[in-house]
Design a protein. Sequence first.
Length: 328
Amino acid sequence: MATVTLVDDEPSALDVLESAARSWRFECQSAQSAEQALELLEKHPTPLVVTDLRMPGRGGVWLVREIQKRWPDIAIIVLTAGHDADAVAQCLDAGAHQYFLKPIKLDEFRHALEATLRAHRRDREHTCHRAKLERALSRQSRKLRVTFFAAIDSLVRTLEARDRNTSGHSMRVRSYVLRLADALGLDRRLRRQLGLAAKLHDIGKVGLPENVLNKTGALTPQELIVVREHPVIGERILAPIIRSRRVLSAIRGHHERFDGQGYPDGLRGEAIPLLARILTVADCFDAMTSVRAYRDALSWSDAKEVLRQGTGTQFDPAFVKPFLAALA
């Protein structure tokens, strides 16, 4: 049995509404002002509210707005005299479902109560069904993300297996950027996004030919163009599953230079995404201090000096000094 809240400042009108609603098998709670009705609803919310417009105190328009603000799923029927057209319009704009002119016809009122209740129940069922679907989709999405990231981890291992000289590079870069993130006082969300970008920043290299990836001599201009595509390829691989634009832009932008001479987009200064500017410092440091097919590793001391000399040209000055301090 459904319950309805009836609101009218005229006791006789309220008695008529209550008697009629009870005869139609509705439970009732009654109030003689908008303020009293709100107190009742705070204790016992009902699926339906029937309210007069003209009442002492704040009145029906205020009540409709408050109900929609606090309990947007409650259905509201407004009762009014014919001269309250503007107030009715305000109530309908605020979320009232329908209105009746006084004096009301009980058979029409009964039909309105029953029809509004049916609509309310359909809406609730639809809302519950949608919530169930959203939960199911969320669970499925989490499963897909776990599967996807397992595949990405496999790709990272595959990439590093193709080039023994870069084995462990991504995880070392991740360790470096997290130390820098701590030094910069980045919040947990940015720290997590930065760590993920570092782990996956070179994933686009899975598309590089073996002879280019492991070439011991200088790259030809054409081979250099191929290598410089790996940030774009990495972004393209990850875009279907990684929703964070910050992570994707860091992966795309980790070879940009502060002076605008980097790639793939030639961005300059703070036009380069924040996480990309941070990632660049750690990526370059690990690359310099690791053996490559085409050169030996630099010492930490020499690599630090390269970072200092590149401050303001290759690297954002805001991050070199904190990075060096974090390494100490």
